[in-house]
Design a protein around this ligand. Sequence first.
Ligand code: PLP
Length: 346
Amino acid sequence: MKTIDLRSDTVTLPAQSMMDAIASAQLGDDVFQEDPTTNELESLAADTMGKEAALLVPSGTMANLVAVLSHCERGSEVILGDQAHTFMYEAGGISAFGGIHSRQLPNQRDGTLKLEDVESAIRQDNVHFPPTRLICLENTHNRCFGMPLTVGYTKSVAQLAGDNGIAVHVDGARIFNAAAALKINVKELTGSVDSVSFCLSKGLSAPVGSLVCGSAEFIAQARRNRKALGGGMRQAGIIAAAGIEALKTMVDRISDDHRNAKILADGIAEIDGLSIDIDTVKTNIVYFSLKRLEIAGEVLVNRMSELGIHFFELSPHTYRLVTHADVDENDMDEALKVFKKVMADL
Ligand SMILES: Cc1ncc(COP(=O)(O)O)c(C=O)c1O
């Protein structure tokens, strides 16, 4: 039976060209900054994001942790969304390892934080308050339908932050999806913010790795924090080689994933018993719900899984499908066929 894995874009396997790049990578000790392939990837990442420097870390979670630790001292505060990956899914690392207080503001459906909420959350200088050091945005926003934040919105947050002496970090795990959806160069989304992280191992299909990008001074601090967290890797060129290949070959095809997500969404809209807000589908993430609340939510996941279609229930009766380089248009048709059959039998 064919498997169509729509749980996440992290399930993608490296292309043969990535495996070839790994096999022939020039290597050295990256903790000594002597790994030529890692140096090349970091320089390519910095250029791509329009920043002075970049740092390779093992994961998106460590990228965000290193970035927040580098912007904030213990006892200071970061403003972020109550649906942010850093708040929801990173094991509370910023608080556990950084002693950094988080101030969660309600994420709007489009992934934004209201500017007036941000403004009123910024602390006044008062001995009772943790000083606000950082605002974190997420682009695209995973839990908010994979929505892309716009250039205009990002600039408004950066302006507000700048006026108050606060930095802005963007968790750009899927920032190339945002750029593709908005049909712009990714630099437009990063130009106004202090730091951005992005993942090689999601839409770009590389096996491992994320990059933190920012000023040279910020990245020097990030390098120290990565070491403290145990994220200094030796012959990291093994990872970086696939990352370079991913940046060179996988960015331009991301809009295929968005087209496939749209096919899924349009198909789901036609299936009795399922509901979807088509307008939320802007990138490679599709959220939909089961209308029949008398059926336990996991029944749909399990029946589909038995027939080879895998995805997650993210909250009761609400599900997420993620398209990526390892599924194509035929897989979308097949998945929809199975959805129709399973829903008819439920
Ligand atoms: C928006 C966002 N940020 C960060 C991460 C963390 O990435 P990793 O799984 O590489 O730690 C994810 C993972 O799915 C994510 O969706």
